[in-house]
Design a protein around this ligand. Sequence first.
Ligand code: GDP
Ligand code: MG
Length: 358
Amino acid sequence: MQTGIIGLPQVGKTSLFRILTRARVESRTQPGQAHVGIARVPDARVTKLAELFKPKKITFATIEYVDIGGLQKDREKNSASLVPLREADALAHVVRVFDDPAIPHPSGSIDAMRDIDSIEIELMLTDLEQATRRLERVEKDLKKKKDPQIELEQSVLLRCRAALEAEKPLREMEFKPEEKKAVTGFTFLTQKPMLYVLNLGDDEISEIDHVIEKHKLEKLATKPQTAVVPFCGKIEAELAELPDAEVAEMMKAYGITESGRDRLIQATYRLLGLISFLTCGEPECRAWTIERGMTAQKAAGAIHSDIEKNFIKAEVVRWEDLLAAGSFAVAKERGQFRLEGKEYIVQDGDVILFRHGG
Ligand SMILES: Nc1nc2c(ncn2[C@@H]2O[C@H](COP(=O)(O)OP(=O)(O)O)[C@@H](O)[C@H]2O)c(=O)[nH]1
Ligand SMILES: [Mg+2]
């Protein structure tokens, strides 16, 4: 799963990319050039279970981030930058809240909502062009031959175009499952879930809990498929450079209780509709990524397609119960193991042992 980082120039996109993926890349990203990096999804459950099981290997879930060049007022230049975004599953829009006279803002002042709107309009115009082009093609095809699938596409495209003309991003629309499938194929940018990353100044860190209200962004946070996460790029960049042992001390000095990096990655994971189930034992403690709402049999496929194919039962225990019990045997004695069938909907933090044939 991949999340594309977008935003105006000089807002801290590449800095964020470096913090999330710990990759060392140049600050300058040319239009059309994209950096792809992998971020480990922090998971205290895996860490705690690993302390108990002392496995040879610990494996966390991962997600990918892509850093593209900054978006500009120039539509032509943007279309090159937007290409790598079409493949992304979600977007992270870095919004500048920090004030720094050394780094002039292209619009001359700090205004989070204005910047959010200006990027949103760029994305909507791009989608509108795409929808119009597609509609022309679909109408041509329908003239040649009637086809229910193409008729469905046409009706979805007409609805999308109407929404975009009314300045409504497609992530706020509701689609039936078959419609959703059709829209996904069009790779519309405003249909992707959106994470707004508010990049605060280090002098504002004490106000991090109130920054959404301060910048009048409460309305954004309640929109469908949308999340807002404040974060201080400058401090997080400093933390990312430090050896692990010194991070806690520095966080204390700044009065931060939770790593912004961790919060952002976890918010991305949730926004993508992902959860983790866990497996643990002596060889490995591991988090496995699945989509929320997946059945036990489907989830088994995350480990191996053979386990999915030859699925018999899933033995499930809650991670916190297993941790408190101290071992599988004690958890079993306490009756905390459940035997679930293939239709069981896997929950975030389930520890699972799959029984399978073959
Ligand atoms: N004061 C301050 N400067 C920042 C912050 N984040 C990034 N910068 C600076 O802003 C400039 C642009 O950052 P960069 O990550 O390259 O932005 P991009 O153009 O969006 O990729 C660099 O000089 C960064 O050091 C921040 O939180 N506070
Ligand atoms: Mg950059």
